[in-house]
Design a protein around this ligand. Structure first.
Ligand code: KMH
Ligand code: ZN
Length: 271
């Protein structure tokens, strides 16, 4: 089996310090979190950034300052994967704009879903605009799949010639309003991807750990982090992002799955 790529989603767009006091939101806090996660075994940092009021932002200057801080803090530079999902309701033009900074990788959301009480909009026109910008700036997409129909959406844009193989896919399971985090859903999705593909799973909330464990023995990759889940176990908040990463590394060792360094992850992903 290829080595396990661990992504950590350190910040997200939905939480704040009130809900999660240890959430890294400033560039300095994000740099410390990134360093701790890389030291613990993460190869990819999924990055959302905040403005000076700690509100979600898609401003280029805010991405730049966080990336600079992470670069300074990490002797081994991880793959920094920008979010083009942003916060629910953000205009698609603002979500696309950070691709012009040419990150190695960025998220590519494959469809509209109910997102809790809100609607996370990703129309085909949005996806076509995104695909064009990914190509223009030479950024590798990670396709975010929240529901089974999103695989059909991916196949549609492949047919339209908008995206190229290999397809790096992230199953985000357990968002209230989309596909839940049952293991049978993971099995179904992993068997229906267009090929060639690599895949990972990000389980939301209580689904994070069981899905991560199943993924690592099925040959998939894993995402953990406070964006997806703020608990270490039921009722016990995680100390930080690195604590969630370190547990995945320990389990991977126990089941005989070696963990990829950032350099090894770049090779696997063709970066
Ligand atoms: N904040 C969510 C609405 C992504 O990063 O691409 C979308 C999200 C996905 O977090
Ligand atoms: Zn995200």
């Amino acid at each position: 089996m290829e080595k396990l790529i661990i992504t950590t989603a350190i910040t997200g767009a939905e939480l704040d310090k009130q809900k999660c006091p240890v959430l890294p939101v400033t560039p300095e806090e994000q740099a410390i979190a990134a360093r701790e996660c890389v030291d613990a075994g993460a190869a990819i940092i999924h990055l959302h950034v905040r403005d000076d009021q700690q509100k979600p932002s898609q401003e280029l200057s805010h991405f730049k300052r966080s990336v600079e801080a992470i670069k300074k803090a990490c002797p081994v530079f991880p793959i920094v994967q920008f979010s083009t999902g942003g916060a629910v309701g953000e205009a698609i033009e603002r979500r696309i704009a950070p691709l012009s900074l040419k990150p190695a990788m960025a998220s590519f959301n494959l469809g509209t879903i109910n997102f809790g009480e809100e609607i996370f909009v990703n129309t085909f026109a949005d996806m076509r605009g995104l695909a064009k910008a990914f190509k223009q700036h030479g950024v590798i997409p990670e396709f975010e799949i929240y529901d089974s129909g999103h695989i059909d959406n991916l196949k549609k844009i492949i047919k339209e010639g908008l995206v190229e193989p290999p397809y790096h896919c992230q199953f985000v399971l357990g968002v209230p309003g989309a596909m839940s985090g049952e293991v049978s859903n993971l099995v179904y999705l992993s068997e229906h991807l267009p090929q060639p593909a690599t895949w990972a799973v990000a389980g939301i909330g209580r689904f994070e750990l069981p899905l991560a464990v199943h993924s690592m023995v099925m040959g998939g990759h894993v995402r953990v982090g406070l964006e997806d889940n703020i608990y270490y176990s039921k009722g016990k908040p995680a100390k930080n992002n690195a604590e969630l990463v370190a547990r995945i590394v320990r389990i991977a060792k126990e089941v005989g799955r070696d963990v990829a360094t950032p350099t090894e992850a770049r090779k696997i992903l063709g970066i």
